[in-house]
Ligand binder design. Sequence first.
Ligand SMILES: Nc1ncnc2c1ncn2[C@@H]1O[C@H](COP(=O)(O)OP(=O)(O)OP(=O)(O)O)[C@@H](O)[C@H]1O
Ligand SMILES: [Mg+2]
Length: 267
Amino acid sequence: MPAKKTRLLAVANEKGGVGKTAMVVNLGAAMSAMGKKVLVVDMDPQHNATAGLGVQIREGMTNVYDLISEPGIHDPAAAIIQTPWENLHLLPSHPDLSGAEIELVDEEGRENRLKESVAGVVGNYDFVFIDTPPSLSLLTINVFAMAEEVLVPCQTHPYAYRALEALFDTIEAVKEDINPGLKVAGIVPTFFERRTRVGRDILERLHSDERYSRYVFETPIRVNTAIAASSDAGKPVVFFRRSCNGSRDYMAVAEVLAKGNSGKRKK
Ligand SMILES: Nc1ncnc2c1ncn2[C@@H]1O[C@H](COP(=O)(O)OP(=O)(O)OP(=O)(O)O)[C@@H](O)[C@H]1O
Ligand SMILES: [Mg+2]
């Protein structure tokens, strides 16, 4: 039997509040509901993905900060938490992660700390989704060094659309300096509202802009209050309210991503 291939996906956008964490939690959960083995790695000190999977940070819990700040000391397998949902595991974050940038500033090979610390465990999964903070920090660089693909949530709003240019420049720079094999897995439009002109307009521009069009997923994630409510309840939306638009949209994106393409429009 051929060896199982793990897909390592960074979910990234330097712009804040575009739906990165919602995508990591809900797409991860949708994939697990499809029977895939999923690991969520929370690399944001805000630890919203950790909370969104119902995990409260406790004293003595090994987290990603421990792994990257003390390489070789902690067992990554012991740091992984099994969430209440089958096939959905988590490497939790910690607020101390915000200090890693300064602490590691003089350390040799600091960009590869995450990659090296989790190398022994990622092969157990079909999909690894890594959440990133809304900035281009050493944490995000560690994620880009580890990942093979970048999945980009893009709010269907003019500022988010304009911010894509900086993100694509960053990805190019990372390819040149750190990870030549890094690919864009896709751009997923988020917070979509068909009834608003601006939402329809930005979706159309994403699909017609030659820099981005080949990456844009056919299924946008619509605005859906159940998504916000589910994160508050510490449950992925597909387990919180199976039949809402948020669940349908994330399941649709999961199916397309599992097939390895972005479901492009047929020309
Ligand atoms: N499709 C949606 N419909 C309604 N609310 C949503 C949707 N997606 C995300 N949200 C909510 O919007 C807020 C911002 O989303 P999220 O935290 O995923 O963004 P983010 O890009 O991770 O933010 P940050 O840059 O701060 O990490 C959250 O409260 C989340 O629950
Ligand atoms: Mg977030």
